[in-house]
Design a protein around this ligand. Structure first.
Ligand code: SAH
Length: 286
């Protein structure tokens, strides 16, 4: 742990972190700078941090000297800590009078079981506070130059998980209704079951040539973006051995990357197209 005390927060009425409080914080998609100031404030005060695999070590390094780390998640082939055990551990730490930071990747209430944890804590009479984070399905795509909404493409977006509680492709989704109603579909945890999911979307009438992107390790140094189509996605994902964690985005917003892939532009590369949708470049300036 670095004992870097150079990160000082601006003057603000920052909330207290009393002993016994469990503070549920979203760490954002990976890049440490994407955590909120409230999250950083909590991190600097916590006695113990209970964190998931998706929380970057560089964020954990911002904890105060003496703050303990407890890992609750899946890594290195070890089985996932059971959700009930994690909640019980949080209750136990609270009852010991610790300032407990429960740090989760992205936003704690987006496919992260934060809602279940919060519910169990409240039922146990444990005081909680919740600080949202930037979810990978929004911020991770922005990092890759994909706007999750664009006026010329979609007035709605759907977020779905590619796993249900049993680890199988989600059975409760009405693919036909989803395909008709949502021009952009953002999928978490979808790589494993991508063949089934893309098959379901094709069967529901989405065109095989619809643009699809897979963003792996979004916002992290090893980020990769695979641009493909719904029809080719499963084979391409296998061929490129796309790494986890990955976000899958289906819809024409993916084309906007040709213009606003700001990372490539920062490296001096010209945009591939200034008008990817062929609708005229909006609001010419200068
Ligand atoms: N609460 C998190 C999601 C947890 S579920 C959030 O709001 O972002 C875990 C899934 O999130 C992963 O399987 C992947 O689909 C997505 N994910 C999280 N971090 C990611 C990252 N850095 N790059 C790509 N996908 C990511």
């Amino acid at each position: 742990m670095t004992e870097d005390t150079t990160i000082s927060l601006p003057a603000h009425d920052w909330p207290e972190f009393p002993p016994g409080l469990v503070w549920l914080v979203g760490a954002g998609p990976g890049e440490p700078g994407l955590m909120t100031l409230l999250g950083l404030h909590a991190l600097r005060l916590a006695d113990v941090i209970v964190h998931d695999a998706l929380v970057d070590d560089r964020i954990l390094d911002w904890r105060r000297p003496g703050c303990r780390l407890e890992y609750a998640g899946k890594r290195g082939g070890r089985p996932s800590a059971r959700q009930r055990d994690i909640s019980l551990r949080l209750i136990e730490l609270s009852r010991e009078g610790q300032r407990v930071l429960r740090l989760k990747g992205g936003d704690p209430f987006v496919f992260g079981r934060g809602g279940e944890e919060a519910q169990t804590l409240v039922q146990a009479g444990v005081p909680i506070r919740v600080t949202p984070g930037i979810s990978a399905g929004i911020g991770g795509l922005a990092w890759a130059g994909i706007p999750v909404t664009h006026r010329d493409v979609n007035q709605a977006v759907t977020f779905l998980t590619g796993h249900d509680q049993t680890g199988l492709a989600p059975a409760a989704i009405d693919w036909a209704a989803l395909s008709r109603s949502s021009p952009v579909i953002v999928m978490y945890m979808a790589v494993k079951h991508l063949p089934k999911i893309t098959e379901a979307l094709l069967a529901a009438g989405r065109p095989a040539d619809e643009p699809l992107a897979i963003v792996s390790n979004a916002t992290l140094p090893g980020m990769t973006v695979l641009e493909t189509t719904l029809g080719d996605a499963a084979a391409e994902a296998a061929r490129h051995e796309v790494a986890a964690p990955a976000i899958v985005c289906l819809g024409r917003v993916v084309l906007m990357r040709q213009a606003i892939d700001w990372m490539s532009q920062a490296q001096g590369l010209a945009p591939r197209s200034l008008d990817p949708l062929g609708r005229g470049v909006p609001q010419q300036v200068g």
